[in-house]
Design a protein around this ligand. Structure first.
Ligand SMILES: Cc1ncc(C[n+]2csc(CCOP(=O)(O)OP(=O)(O)O)c2C)c(N)n1
Ligand code: SF4
Ligand SMILES: [Mg+2]
Length: 289
């Protein structure tokens, strides 16, 4: 099983001091230990963004893919090696902008993935432009003056639940005990699991700050909420009051995608012999010809 010392990442962390990504990384390490799975069975697949750099800072098998594309790559990893626990690390821009189609269809197909959205309400890496999750009116250096973002944000949990996701939660990188618990549940869940994680970007987002989330969030589990009630979960996800609920919104059981597919039964893809030269030739042909 995984020990803390095994998780030390290979690269120097380049996130800004005070970034909410540090909380997510810390929670992920705790989750990896609590899961009690072999080190080689946990895989991270990330997109492009500050969030997408997370796999460089933790020692787990990983694939840093393209902007908006971690979900299709993760789907391939899962479909060919069904015993692996596959976690998608994605930003709000990555997942809800260019990757939104993949997100909705993976939810609809109930692909057995855990998707962790680092939701900082901005495109952090590219210098703070408003993202699909920025609130209406959000003003950045690059948003259209004087109104700020002239549209409402995408709400990822309501969309996922409506489209077939079987586990949906919202976390906050400043509430580690809750976030670790949700992450463990999401990875253990059989089906499409998403956690929308509030993650302050201290450099660009002066609106959705640590203080804001500390003062404006409450735990859904502290009130009566039936996590099997789909409509109640969607309604809670869209709740737009003084305080925003965090915690588990929805959980149900449904056959996940690869259970319904004719997947080869003669072993896992990773156990098969492959010829790297042939693979390279195929890639060259696809890319260069
Ligand atoms: C195909 C493609 N489109 C756009 C970009 C430019 N790009 C890089 S990161 C990024 C947005 C990152 O925002 P988000 O996903 O929210 O991640 P964050 O940096 O906030 O963690 C964009 C638009 C790219 N690298 N590749
Ligand atoms: S730009 Fe924002 S999201 Fe990116 S590392 Fe800095 S604080 Fe974090
Ligand atoms: Mg972002």
């Amino acid at each position: 099983m995984i020990e803390k010392s095994q998780l030390e990442g290979p690269q120097k962390v380049t996130w800004c001091k005070g970034c909410g990504n540090f909380g997510i990384l810390a929670a992920l390490k705790k989750m990896a230990i609590q899961l009690e799975v072999p080190h080689e069975e946990l895989v991270l697949v990330s997109g492009i963004g500050c969030s997408g750099k997370l796999p460089h800072y933790i020692n787990l098998n990983s694939f840093h893919t393209l902007h908006g594309r971690p979900i299709p790559i993760a789907t391939g990893v899962h479909a060919t090696n069904g015993d692996l626990k596959v976690i998608v690390i994605t930003g709000d821009g990555d997942c809800l902008g260019e990757g939104l189609g993949h997100y909705l269809h993976a939810a609809r197909r109930n692909v057995n993935l855990a998707v962790f959205i680092h939701n900082n309400g901005v495109n952090g890496l590219t210098k703070g432009q408003f993202s699909p999750a920025s609130p209406r009116g959000y003003v950045s250096k690059t948003s259209p003056p004087p109104t700020g973002a002239p549209m409402d944000p995408v709400e990822p949990l309501a969309l996922a639940i409506a489209n077939g996701a079987t586990y949906a939660a919202r976390g906050f990188s400043g509430d580690l005990p809750m976030l670790v618990e949700l992450m463990v549940q999401a990875v253990q869940h059989e089906g499409f699991a998403v956690i929308d994680i509030f993650q302050p970007c201290v450099t660009w987002n002066r609106q959705l700050t640590w203080k804001y989330y500390n003062e404006h969030t409450y735990s859904l589990q502290q009130e009566e909420h039936d996590v099997t009630d789909k409509m109640a979960a969607i309604s809670k996800a869209l709740e737009d009051g003084e305080k925003i609920p965090i915690g588990l919104f929805y959980k149900t059981e449904k056959q996940h995608l690869t259970k319904g597919l004719a997947i080869p039964t003669d072993g896992k893809l990773r156990d098969k012999k492959n010829d790297p030269e042939k693979v390279q030739k195929l890639i060259d042909r696809l890319v260069l010809e």
